[in-house]
Design a protein around this ligand. Structure first.
Ligand code: ADP
Ligand code: MG
Length: 227
């Protein structure tokens, strides 16, 4: 079963003077349960691709199908609604809210979800996630009291709290030392295995290629998959 299909996607950015073409005609199929790395140098278009797959940004033209449904014609609100339900996002710089506790950071996406859970249901789910990610006892801490690796694990918990079908990570190990990076990749691998979550990672870190099942090289607007 295909989770996402990109058909003849064109993506350009319009600057003040020039229009730059990142992708001219991109085709890509992501199956449910895939564990993919988009690998390529800086500026090759990895984040652009991830943002289109994650419904953060739209293609200039072409079709995106999500579980067989065309989503091009949806409004921005509908797009945002689907994004909140389907997608969890992790970033290089963690993007935690500094004046919220770890617990509150993880809770945020739940408060925006359409399906409202009770206090106790939220608490149960968050505590379970924090425990699985090795953050037990850190719920009342603030982000600046954690190491980089711990912060990224909080970000993973936050990305998973609405139980998304698709977990996207943009350079998740970019700000981490080797040990923390391995840690984070082991956790992401575990999540992929246990819940059959589809995982897509954009990276220029060659280590990540060892963890995933599909390596897709992004270069000059084209994709090449490693056999
Ligand atoms: P990567 O994540 O692989 O480093 P990006 O997707 O960020 O690559 O960028 C691909 C290309 O698109 C680059 O040439 C970059 O300068 C350009 N680009 C990215 N975002 C924007 C933007 N918001 N406006 C204009 N150009 C952009
Ligand atoms: Mg990038």
């Amino acid at each position: 079963m295909n989770l996402i299909e990109l058909n003849k996607i064109k993506k350009t950015y319009r600057g003040r003077n020039i229009e730059s073409v990142v992708f001219q005609s991109l085709n890509l199929t992501i199956k449910k349960g895939d564990f993919i790395a988009f690998y390529g140098r800086s500026g090759s278009g990895k984040s652009t691709l991830l943002n289109m797959i994650g419904l953060v940004d739209r293609p200039t033209s072409g079709n995106i199908n999500l579980e067989g449904n065309k989503i091009n014609a949806l409004s921005d609100d509908e797009y945002a609604f689907i994004r909140n339900k389907y997608v969890g996002f992790i970033f290089q710089d963690f993007k935690l809210i500094e004046d919220m506790t770890i617990y509150e950071n993880v809770e945020v996406p739940m408060l925006f979800a359409k399906e409202k859970l009770s206090n106790i249901e939220r608490k149960t789910r968050i505590s379970k996630l924090l425990k699985e990610l090795g953050l037990e006892g850190k719920d009342k801490a603030f982000p600046d009291e954690l190491s980089g690796g711990q912060k990224q694990r909080v970000a993973i918990a936050r990305a998973l709290v609405n139980q998304p079908k698709l977990l996207l990570a943009d350079e998740p190990t970019g700000n981490l030392d080797k040990t923390s990076a391995d840690d984070v990749m082991k956790m992401i691998t575990q999540i992929h295995k246990e819940n059959e979550t589809t995982v897509v990672i954009a990276t220029h870190d060659p280590q990540i290629k060892d963890y995933v099942n599909r390596v897709i090289y992004v270069d000059e607007g084209s994709l090449r998959e490693e056999e």
